[in-house]
Design a protein around this ligand. Structure first.
Ligand code: PBE
Length: 295
């Protein structure tokens, strides 16, 4: 037995005596649940991950009685920051790519019931008829492809400077890659195109990069940020031309099921995203199943 383990047992024994409880683990579990107020700190009600987290509460027996506190990504990040500064427990709905993993020591909880699926890819989608009406735009959107690591570079820089500038820097440094998306496509002269997106940093990064690529080829690009459900509705009914924001098949799967019939899926533009319950590494739990049931 190593010294650390001995120390833990000693602390455990003291806790047991102090609490007068014979089952130390139950005491610790109850404390964790109470400290967390049986609450998971979430983000915007309209986010795909919020829908997944709501479902998760029904999937796991131990989460009966737990609540998802829906707020905003900014609010969640503030609560995470405060908890970490005080070394208090917190459970948030988190994802990669995001800067939270660069700034804090965090871990994703195992998800044996796959409430969040096994990861997604970020897809490019277009309205029906875009290929016929705007073949140049369609060809560029179809060719647009990068990695989540490249996206992460823009996301991180976008914390210090405007996301538009961060995207412009990336394009400047990776013009060869951008040229590859434009290759063989005739330039246009001011053709307007409506790109629809969501307000999270990952998609602010990608939408600005595709905007710059399209602008280099003569398009007049408008980017509009909306809730995911509105995004799918808009592409489905032809109000928007295209989007590079959908996370599929899991995060936005329900929206794709609802509106996908009149949406053209051009496939992944970036592979390998992940949603999960995320906790600071100083917390001793490893799985969603380790969250104590509320009595
Ligand atoms: N996210 C980031 C979004 C998509 C991109 C995971 C917070 C969502 O849940 O809809």
């Amino acid at each position: 037995m190593n010294i650390k383990a001995t120390g833990l047992i000693a602390v455990g024994t003291v806790a047991m005596i102090l609490s007068g409880c014979s089952d130390n683990e139950t005491t610790e579990d109850a404390n964790l649940g109470e400290q967390l107020e049986y609450t998971i700190t979430g983000i915007e009600p309209g986010a795909g991950i919020t829908g997944q987290a709501r479902e998760m509460l029904n999937t796991y027996d131990n989460l009966e009685g737990w609540e998802l506190q829906e707020s905003s990504t900014g609010g969640m990040m503030t609560e995470l920051d405060q908890a970490i500064q005080n070394e208090e427990p917190i459970v948030v709905t988190g994802w990669t790519p995001h800067w939270m993993f660069e700034r804090y020591d965090l871990k994703m909880l195992e998800d044996p019931e796959l409430a969040f699926g096994e990861g997604d890819d970020i897809h490019t989608i277009a309205r029906e008829g875009l290929e016929e009406d705007m073949p140049e735009a369609y060809a560029i959107l179809d060719a647009f492809e990068w990695s989540v690591e490249e996206m992460q570079v823009v996301i991180d820089e976008g914390q210090d400077i405007e996301m538009e500038e961060a995207a412009a820097d990336w394009v400047e440094e990776n013009q060869d890659q951008v040229d590859g998306w434009l290759e063989g496509v005739d330039p246009v002269d001011g053709q307007p195109i409506d790109i629809i997106s969501v307000p999270w940093d990952s998609e602010r990064a990608s939408s600005n990069v595709i905007r710059l690529a399209l602008e280099q080829h003569g398009f007049d690009v408008t980017v509009t940020n909306v809730d995911p459900s509105i995004l799918f509705q808009a592409v489905g009914n032809g109000e928007a031309d295209a989007s590079v924001a959908p996370w599929l098949p899991n995060t936005h799967g329900a929206f794709m099921d609802e509106y996908g019939e009149s949406i053209v899926d051009l496939g992944p533009n970036a592979e390998g995203t992940m949603n999960a319950l995320v906790v600071p590494t100083y917390m001793e739990i490893d799985s969603i199943e380790d969250l104590p049931a509320s009595e």
